[in-house]
Design a binder for this molecule. Structure first.
Ligand code: GLU
Length: 305
């Protein structure tokens, strides 16, 4: 656990703490939100609200070189345009770097992380890190930081995709928490903030399914509680690629919010929702939310742009 409890964030504006369900939408501002992001936002919101849960938004902007100009602004305008109602102020991970550094320090004291001086070139095409620097005892400063993993199967039951397992030592090796250039890796920031924000449920795209065992491992060594996961099928473009900022997926047109919401509910195979203001449409979708209807697949059959 974090040694300094004051790092925990206030959970909500009102004061009452609901612990049975806290969900989130956690976009990275590496481009404007697209239809795939909307599916994630809608599903995480409706699932939280259908469980009388809380829902928050977190901007995952630790990877500064990958931040795309104005995308943070587009995310914030999208939250407003689609009339999502977060239960806490939106947090930005770039304001929280001290917290992640403190967690790395704590793991170092426990002998669970180490500095690694291997360059990409030295590692070559081998994607499984062999632990070359594990026993070198290098100083942490100006080096990549890796966390030690064990030779054990980590399994979880995804609410849509079923059982998913990985043996991190066999499949990946000790993985990076902080890059040599000082950038905090997504895996660490997501686990620390899910804990500090009191998260109980993660609803996100299936492209992150394979990251989950790393996050479960980190949560386990940090003594954080387990989370429930639901990985949604991904919207694909006509090239068979997932919609992503890198693939130039079209930015959400915020003037078309009601029509886009209808398409998102249809993609999630929910009962149809009447055209109205986004707030009323979301209310109707929450009232009829049924995860049994969401396709249990990694990708959606229909093509989107
Ligand atoms: N920031 C990640 C993304 O935009 C999502 C992280 C998560 O939901 O765990 O892909």
């Amino acid at each position: 656990m974090l040694s300094n409890p004051s790092l925990a964030l206030p959970l909500e504006k009102g004061g009452k703490v609901a612990e049975h369900y806290v969900g989130r939408f956690a976009p990275s501002p590496t481009g404007p939100l697209h239809f795939g992001s909307l599916i994630t936002a809608v599903a995480s919101y409706c699932d939280a609200r259908a469980h009388q849960g809380r829902w928050v938004v977190r901007i995952e902007d630790t990877d500064i070189p990958r931040i795309y100009p104005c995308s943070e602004d587009h995310i914030l305008r999208s939250i407003d345009a689609f009339q999502f109602e977060p239960d806490a102020d939106i947090i930005f991970q770039k304001d929280r770097l001290d917290i992640y550094e403190q967690v790395i320090e704590q793991l170092h004291t426990q002998g669970l992380v180490y500095a690694c001086q291997c360059t990409r070139k030295m590692l070559g095409s081998n994607h499984i890190y062999q632990g070359t620097c594990r026993e070198l005892g290098l100083a942490l400063k100006d080096q990549a930081i890796r966390v030690k993993v064990d030779d054990q199967d980590i399994c979880f039951m995804d609410r849509l995709q079923g059982t998913h397992c990985s043996n991190l030592m066999r499949d990946l090796g000790d993985f990076v928490l902080k890059r040599r250039d000082g950038i905090i890796n997504y895996q660490l920031a997501v686990v620390v903030d899910d804990y500090l924000q009191g998260m109980t449920h993660v609803v996100r795209g299936a492209d992150l399914l394979d990251n989950t065992e790393r996050q479960i491992w980190l949560a386990q060594i940090l003594g954080y509680p387990k989370l429930e996961y639901m990985h949604l099928p991904l919207a694909m473009n006509d090239q068979g690629q997932k919609l992503s900022k890198q693939n130039m997926a079209q930015a959400l047109d915020l003037n078309q919010a009601p029509a886009l919401l209808q398409q998102a509910f249809a993609a999630l195979q929910q009962a149809p929702v009447d055209l109205d203001t986004p707030r009323i449409m979301l209310q109707q979708a929450i009232a009829q939310w049924d995860i049994e209807r969401i396709p249990h697949r990694l990708t959606l059959a229909q093509i989107y742009q």
